[in-house]
Design a protein around this ligand. Sequence first.
Ligand code: ADP
Ligand code: ZN
Length: 647
Amino acid sequence: MNQNNNKKNTGSKTPWKNIIPIVVVALVFTIIVNSLYTSFANSYLQEISFTEFKSMVNEDKVDSIQVQSDRILILTREDAEKSAAEQTVYFTALLPQNNMTELYAQLQNLGVDYQGHIVEEVSPLISFLVSWVLPYAIILGAFFLLTRIMSKKMGSGGGGGLMGGMGQSKAKVYMEKETGVTFADVAGQDEAKEQLMEIIDFLHNPQKYAAIGAKLPKGALLVGSPGTGKTLLAKAVAGEAKVPFFSIAGSDFVEMFVGVGASRVRDLFQQAAKMAPAIIFIDEIDAIGKSRDSRLGGNDEREQTLNQLLSEIDGFDSSKGVVILAATNRPEILDKALLRAGRFDRRIIVDRPNLAGRYQTLRVHTRGIKLSEDVDLQKIAQATAGAVGADLANLVNEAALRAVRQGRKAVNQEDLLVSFEVVIAGTEKKGTVLTDMEKRIVSYHEVGHALVAALEKHAQPVSKITIVPHTSGALGYTMQMPEEEKFLSSREELQVELRTLLGGRAAEQVVFGIQTTGAANDIERATDLARKMVTQYGMSDKFGLMALSNVGNQYLDGNTIMNCAESTAAQADSEIKDLLFACYEDAKRLLRENRELLDEVSLYLLQKETITGDELMAYVNADKRRLEAQNAFTEDVNASDETSVTE
Ligand code: ADP
Ligand code: ZN
């Protein structure tokens, strides 16, 4: 589109941006070198007055002198006998000629060795060159050499260094002739694979499509959260189609220098066209593909790069068999021009894996790992709801490392469970010392969460409670594990979740009458959930089915943007507050009613530091039986009374 334009820019803008820091460095360097040199050169010189010199001559102390353009250097007889290193050389200012003739005659009489009137001194031009120009030359030379080496390392081929031929510097293209990755290495993601099959078929024989006159999309956009396997899928497509795989990250295009990105894009497509059929994979395409009007002023370099990318996509002939895959986790910020028909008009969603997907991912990653017999990957898959492929790969590796550390030959279930916690909560933190009181509070806080969950019908079962501080900063945590994967949550279940989240603070308040900072994370999560219930899920009585916010970027952090009048937003806030307050009150009531149980379990946890869900349930069930026994007793009494049954 504007190839020429780019080149011009490259020539005029970049060198100046570059040269200023270099000049500054060289200047500083030169000054330092010069001052060092002068101080070194003067270190053995000592100035004396002309009168002193004359009396030296009169006393016949002078061995030899050297007359320079502005001074006379004097060596005494005493010093002449010493070695050069120990000599002190005196100097004095050179006086006008007529004062000197007499002196010279005297010197000659005394047999002092004196050298010609003007010692052949370094010409000022050369001295200037040596002391001021040479350092620059050295520094510039070193800089060029460095950039040469760097650009060689970075790309394929040297390409002119950074300064002269900015436009030619090559992209950090990463090319694999054979990726060796196949769909078998990608667990789950069946829908994505299915959509990509067509592309593979196309790469196998583009003629088949050309014969009918069908145009295949030039590119597909892989959309999904980080670590869900987008890069892996792209590689697998290349592997399945047995074509070379060119990959580059969007951020590699965006350099300091205007024009580099655009030339890299050009380069990338040229290289790929030579090797066609081929796959070009652009990771994090949002780095260049950001909507152009999203920021005031815009970004010259990024826009140029994007324009170049668009024109390359439009320009190349898809029948040659080059397919571009791009990955992003923020499709909503991409420039509309990129998504237009004929460009990245296909979107392939790469989702977080579900239970089956997680199980398969674990299977894939444990293929090369020795597992002991007690390993139950299904259980691990259940525990890791929300984890992406990269987390699971990480988990398996952590487990293997742990097994090695403990000198075992195979990975067991405990390794996997412990590494799950490492991945989720960070390692146990040694060295955080809590006071006894703090420990008591943390213990009650965690049991508060756990007990609310245990006493509610719709809650997820508690699997572990601990008050061992973790590196993530949590002083303790309560882990809940769903029995099966769930996709829908009812309003009741979400309310229970709110109560559970607020159970920690409720326990602090009920037992100690205090509020601590330990509840910050709980409160944040609870507020977040309550906000969603009110503004997105239509679960408030006041607003009913009205959506008050929409999801900003679904694949990154799921942040929402309020989408209503300000006064409505304020009302929504107060609705959220009411919801949280009600749930908090419920949690407090529940804990008050079960105060004995709360004390029992908290003290037990305080002793053991970590207890399992089963241990918790043993307490809860024992308590239930006790209550039932009591109720049975009152019922008996009531029955004999024949009056209303107490509940
Ligand atoms: P993304 O590009 O989506 O951020 P990657 O493709 O780089 O994620 O995934 C990182 C790593 O996670 C992969 O190298 C692989 O080991 C693992 N991984 C992710 N998803 C899967 C999957 N579906 N099956 C197997 N491994 C996966
Ligand atoms: Zn808490």
